[in-house]
Design a protein around this ligand. Structure first.
Ligand SMILES: Cc1cc2nc3c(=O)[nH]c(=O)nc-3n(C[C@H](O)[C@H](O)[C@H](O)COP(=O)(O)O)c2cc1C
Length: 168
């Protein structure tokens, strides 16, 4: 089985998860999405993205839209909590980008938010939808530590389950 792992990552979080996933997939190749080969030449494709405004970032989205009729496993990192509606909906939106593929499974974890974005959000007026408040400040702080060793362990276990599920 030919396996491709590809990912888009602006500040490195999704790249770390992609590397962890790649480690457990026998014979898989790993490419940043900018250098990825044609996904349609592979039997199983893992595509990773960072969540940008509630959906897959533009580079990953463009790549996803070119995949056709293949099993696809989606993974992502985001600033929000991985068990939030926002996380689920972000994955749903990415899945909608591959309408004629079978989405085998999905994985998501938190990833540290670019300090430049935090600095920008920190100065927003209180009426702005992204203005800082206590809950948001805690979420930003919690995200700082991710992806951590547990996330990477979970990503490896997830990828192995996907792989062995496809093989048998
Ligand atoms: C411009 C921008 C937009 C973002 N939008 C969201 C968002 O809508 N929801 C969210 O939970 N996190 C958002 N984030 C946080 C990133 O998804 C998160 O930090 C991710 O781990 C970055 O991954 P990377 O290091 O692979 O680039 C945003 C970050 C940036 C820089």
């Amino acid at each position: 089985m030919k396996i491709l792992v590809t990912y888009s990552s602006k500040t490195g979080n999704t790249g770390k998860v992609a590397e962890a996933i790649h480690q457990v997939l026998p014979g898989a190749v790993l490419f940043p999405v900018e250098q990825a080969p044609n996904a349609n030449d592979y039997d199983l494709i893992f595509v990773g993205f960072w969540v940008d405004k509630g959906t897959a970032d533009a580079k990953a989205a463009e790549y996803l839209r070119r995949i056709s009729g293949k099993p696809v496993a989606l993974f992502a990192t985001l600033g929000a909590y991985p068990d939030s509606d926002h996380a689920r909906e972000s994955l749903d939106k990415a899945a909608e980008m591959v309408p004629d593929c079978f989405v085998v499974d999905r994985f998501i974890c938190q990833g540290a938010i670019d300090p430049k974005l935090i600095a920008w959000m920190s100065q927003l007026p209180p009426e702005h939808p992204h203005a800082p408040d206590e809950a948001r400040g805690k979420r930003w702080k919690d995200a700082e530590r991710h992806p951590d060793d547990t996330d990477l362990h979970n990503a490896r276990s997830w990828a192995a389950r996907v792989y062995y599920g496809k093989k048998s």
